[in-house]
Design a protein around this ligand. Sequence first.
Ligand code: ATP
Ligand code: ATP
Ligand code: MG
Ligand code: MG
Lengths: 227, 227
Amino acid sequence: VISTRSLSKTYIMGTEKVHALRDITLDIKRNEYVALMGPSGSGKSTLMNLLGCLDSPTNGDYELNGINVSTMDDNDLAEVRNREIGFVFQTFNLLPRLSALDNVALPLVYSGLSKSKREEQAEQVLDSVGLGDRVEHKPNELSGGQRQRVAIARALVNNPAIILADEPTGNLDTKTSIEIMSILEKIHAGGNTVILVTHEPDIAEHAHRIIRLRDGLVEKDIRNQDI
Amino acid sequence: VISTRSLSKTYIMGTEKVHALRDITLDIKRNEYVALMGPSGSGKSTLMNLLGCLDSPTNGDYELNGINVSTMDDNDLAEVRNREIGFVFQTFNLLPRLSALDNVALPLVYSGLSKSKREEQAEQVLDSVGLGDRVEHKPNELSGGQRQRVAIARALVNNPAIILADEPTGNLDTKTSIEIMSILEKIHAGGNTVILVTHEPDIAEHAHRIIRLRDGLVEKDIRNQDI
Ligand SMILES: Nc1ncnc2c1ncn2[C@@H]1O[C@H](COP(=O)(O)OP(=O)(O)OP(=O)(O)O)[C@@H](O)[C@H]1O
Ligand SMILES: Nc1ncnc2c1ncn2[C@@H]1O[C@H](COP(=O)(O)OP(=O)(O)OP(=O)(O)O)[C@@H](O)[C@H]1O
Ligand SMILES: [Mg+2]
Ligand SMILES: [Mg+2]
């Protein structure tokens, strides 16, 4: 479902070039469960942004569901981002003036559901991540781990085919992390494709495949034998 | 050096009251190394903000170096925050329009050092956290773990007596976490007081004392026997 060929991303800063990604060729099938790992600065978030159609590569090709993403117009891209992909950002990216409920309900705006149905669905997902009693709080009235869970809930509310989660448990205690990982397991069991960035081997253990980046290149790509 | 008596913090939201901290009585001596742990939402960041003089309690007393903080005027508080305390925020709080170098050099502005000396000292600390080649990047031109390390460098540049670090390794891979922890070890060995919030038992192992919060109260407070 995800197919990249020699993907690269270079940032130009004055006279300096930063090769965030150098040559990424990957195939990820429908319903795979992939953990993306690697040192700080190795290109994980950059790759996730390309896969999530939030950014375009400097070079190379990216096919999503068989369609070359660079040939899609803005409307198609917006549609794909809203319906096909659920993105959990490393820095959450919540809208500061909206409550947790409204933040989570936002992706449902084009779903055709009524406002009350959207709020009901958003509240349900917030409840499933343990924030049923925090739905009216704005992001600055929430703890770090609570904001992270709102970001997770927002990515899941649409039940998108592909979940891209950039370090979804970085701010969570062990018990809460286990709850979030079991939600991702359920989603994966439901047929969705899950790609998550993590630094923690315990979290990566849940995945069926582990891809390691180093300096913008794929260093390792191995099936998780214990599953 | 830090002494709290029945510290509490309540947020009022319409008709609802959120008791973020209920009754915290703690004594932390000079040169202690404390890990603060507990579930997401248990009050860790709220307590850190009170200890860092970034916020004031709803009730209770806080003495820093023998002085009751609530009796200090704004100038004294600003001085304490700038000279005595180095704070690593859970959400980094870097200034978006300044480079990493300028972000890190900011606390030195009242130190009496010349601009070039400030930049030299900032560059040195950035180098020690592995960002010597990223000093001109702005925060949005850095990875999550790189931003976290800029926030850490900024907290250390002044060599403050008390380091308050709110989950300093949440976005870092294992190898980089180990490097950061050894920097904190060195600082602690130099006589400074270190209080760090963490969710990871491996990180907490470095501390001499572990304080666990739950629902705004101290649940456990134990000396780390293995040290
Ligand atoms: N401005 C606010 N208004 C209302 N409630 C708040 C506000 N700020 C924090 N809270 C609540 O206070 C509680 C404690 O928050 P705090 O940020 O201290 O938790 P924490 O232990 O740091 O959690 P985490 O591990 O997720 O970072 C949370 O339940 C949070 O929802
Ligand atoms: N806008 C930009 N301009 C210049 N360099 C950038 C920009 N964005 C990212 N970089 C650089 O690209 C590299 C890869 O960044 P990326 O965010 O993908 O890393 P990462 O693997 O997600 O790291 P982390 O684990 O710390 O989150 C980093 O070295 C970073 O400094
Ligand atoms: Mg990243
Ligand atoms: Mg916190």
